[in-house]
Design a protein around this ligand. Structure first.
Ligand code: ATP
Ligand code: MG
Length: 159
């Protein structure tokens, strides 16, 4: 892992399994209210990341991007997790028709693929993840966007 500082680092994830594992680690230290942005080209592994995140929190069903809606809700043991995929968002106002703002009330976690599609319409993310192709695997760059996000990210470093 290459560490610039503990709130901003990159990790090489050689395969899908490594990506699922990393996402699971983050899930275990996240708490309700966290907003996670997932950037990365088509196929960079954003949905895979969400799958690993949900599995670590006990969800063992199928996780795929919502197709006809912008958001897929997951009821976990003691909170909701929302998975947004805004790739097909034509107009950010659609988010508000979908009740967008109500998702970010502090009681649930939201992970958003293609957040740039709704620039200016989303709250500030606590955690920002950038996934990019690197050899056969992916580089993950993570940074904290808020104080709450920093607290979460620091917990990824045991010492
Ligand atoms: N770290 C990794 N190394 C190699 N392959 C990976 C890694 N993470 C995910 N993949 C693979 O990349 C493919 C695309 O993954 P995924 O669907 O998660 O991408 P995505 O970013 O959600 O794409 P889209 O923008 O189309 O929604 C899958 O086949 C998955 O197994
Ligand atoms: Mg996806």
């Amino acid at each position: 892992m290459s560490v610039i500082n503990k709130e901003n680092f990159t990790a090489y994830l050689p395969d899908e399994e490594a990506q699922l594992q990393f996402a699971g680690k983050l899930a275990k230290v996240c708490f309700p209210g966290m907003l996670v942005f997932l950037f990365g080209d088509l196929g960079a592994g954003k949905t895979t990341f969400v799958r690993g995140f949900l599995r670590a929190l006990g969800f063992d069903g199928i996780v795929k991007s919502p197709t006809y809606t912008l958001v897929e809700p997951y009821q976990l043991k003691d909170m909701m997790v929302y998975h947004f995929d805004l790739y097909r968002l034509a107009d950010p106002e659609e988010l508000e028709y979908a009740g967008g703002r109500d998702y970010f009330d502090g009681s649930s976690i939201s992970l958003i693929e293609w957040p740039q599609q709704a620039e200016g319409y989303l709250p500030k993310p606590d955690i920002i993840i950038n996934l990019s192709y690197a050899e056969a695997g992916r580089n993950l760059q993570l940074s904290a966007g808020t104080e709450a996000g920093k607290k979460v990210v620091l917990q990824l470093f045991p010492d």
